[in-house]
Design a protein around this ligand. Structure first.
Ligand SMILES: *Cc1c(COP(=O)(O)O)cnc(C)c1O
Length: 467
């Protein structure tokens, strides 16, 4: 099967090409031309890995042996399986997607993705640059840790992540992996990345050094593919009609749930949870995507602090086809907004609900549910959309340990500056086993960590590549 560009359905590439060059020349993203039904409910007894392989096989992308190898990465998850379904009561289940090496759901896709990208590029040198507010960085570094021909640069705001997230990245700052803490916030990190990706000089130097530039964020179809599997598998395991709630930022995770539904997963409503950066919930409720008057707000769920959700483009394509997608995306670029007509909005409403959840509401949910289980601030946004009378699957995207300062505040209504102490106190009180390798990170000494200025990075990266 080939993949098509969201802005020109005639522009087709194979899976490998889409993985390496995820943005189409016409500005679109690669995705399915058409989503065909796949009944997976007779695969209920398979392990996650076995299920994933069957799931991937039916697309006929090729590269099956590579996929097999890629799926082996799930053996490094807790108890050697990637999927942890928590039953809260007869109606409520939590799809805990954070049992991988960096304790964020990004591992679910980035772990196998790293193997695929490496295997498909044995003879090329690749540079991946990512900007992170804390979760993408560690997961991306970890995913390429073993692959010397893929260099990774990771840029994060020096005081913009939790201590444990910064430590996770610093611990991997060696060999072909390079981490830069910058002066500034996540916007500055992301803008620096965007400038570099567009800069001809920079790209020419890289290509003279034989490096290809690649992105590993969720505009990459390879990530979306691995995310569809866990939504479908969870539905198969529970085997009843479910509402699925997804905490959303770049809309990759929620899009994957939508694709799973189209294939045949028994999902009634897909519920989109946002924080107070509510451009997505406004979009699903009103059919207007409008960033004219918006600026990014800093919240306790930073991985969802976003204005432009790239994967909305793939949803538009599936619902309204390439010409309309192109028109709407051009409007967004030129006028900073686009409107759907009434029929189009109705079509979205057949599948989606959406709501935003403030930091205060999140804190209250974290506290309220703590007697049964601990959730992180991103997952907490989901509870705003919970209808207790319906069978529901909440998508949980990070372990609470990655956001200890906010969790401590929510639980005890006070702050504790020492993150390690705070983490241990919570674990003790709530009888939670923290992974020893996570705790061991606090022993890294990096008191004199340098913060780079954004405009220093280009030269720093080039010097490092040349080494
Ligand atoms: C990345 C991330 C999200 C947002 O996921 P999208 O696929 O970008 O919508 C939500 N929660 C956490 C913890 C994340 O790391």
């Amino acid at each position: 099967m080939q993949l098509v560009s969201t802005r020109d359905g005639k522009n087709k590439v194979d899976f490998k090409e889409a993985l390496i060059n995820p943005s189409a020349k016409d500005g679109g993203l690669y995705t399915f031309d058409e989503i065909l039904p796949f009944n997976a409910y007779n695969l209920k007894d398979l392990s996650y890995e076995e299920f994933a392989l069957k799931f991937i096989e039916q697309f006929h992308f090729g590269y099956i042996d590579l996929f097999k190898k890629a799926l082996q990465t799930y053996k490094e998850f807790d108890d050697k399986t990637a999927l942890f379904l928590r039953k809260v009561n007869e109606n409520l289940f939590i799809n805990e997607l954070y049992h991988g090496p960096t304790r964020a759901f990004k591992d679910m896709a980035l772990q196998p993705f790293g193997v695929l990208l490496n295997e498909l590029n044995k003879n090329d040198k690749i540079l991946i640059i990512c900007a992170t507010s804390g979760d993408t960085g560690p997961a991306t570094l970890k995913s390429f840790e073993k692959f010397q021909n893929i260099k990774v640069v990771c840029i994060y705001p020096k005081d913009g992540t939790s201590e444990i997230q910064a430590l996770q990245m610093q611990a991997l700052n060696k060999n072909h992996l390079r981490v830069f803490a910058i002066e500034g916030n996540f916007d500055d990190a992301q803008n620096t990345l965007k400038k570099l990706l567009l800069k001809d000089d920079f790209k020419r130097i890289l290509s003279n050094l034989d490096f290809k530039l690649c992105v590993a964020n969720s505009i990459n179809f390879g990530r979306i593919l691995f995310q569809m599997i866990y939504h479908y598998y969870a539905c198969v395991k529970l085997d009843k009609v479910l509402d699925v709630i997804v905490p959303s930022g770049n809309f990759g995770n929620a899009l994957a749930a939508y694709y799973a539904k189209k294939m045949g997963a028994k999902i009634d409503r897909i519920k989109i949870a946002t924080n107070s950066n509510d451009v997505l919930s406004d979009f699903f409720n009103q059919g207007i995507y409008d960033i004219r008057e918006r600026s990014l707000k800093k919240t306790i769920s930073p991985a969802m602090d976003i204005l432009i959700s790239s994967n909305i483009e793939r949803l538009l394509f599936d619902k309204f086809k390439d010409l309309r997608t192109k028109e709407l995306m051009n409007d967004l670029k030129e006028k900073k907004y686009f409107y759907l007509n009434k029929d189009e909005l109705d079509s979205l409403k057949q599948d989606f609900d959406a709501s935003s959840c403030s930091d205060l509401e999140c804190m209250n949910f974290i506290k309220k549910y703590s007697k049964d289980f601990l959730i992180d601030p991103h997952t907490a946004t989901c509870f705003k959309l919970l209808d207790e009378d319906k069978s529901t699957l909440i998508t949980s995207t990070a372990e609470w340990t990655k956001f200890t300062p906010s969790i401590y505040k929510a639980l005890f209504d006070q702050e504790l500056n020492n993150e390690k102490e705070a983490m241990l106190e919570i674990a003790l009180k709530f009888d939670y086993q923290i992974k020893p390798d996570l705790l061991a990170l606090f022993d890294i000494k990096n008191e004199n960590l340098k913060a780079y200025k954004c405009d220093e990075l280009e030269n720093e990266i080039i010097d490092w590549i040349k080494q």
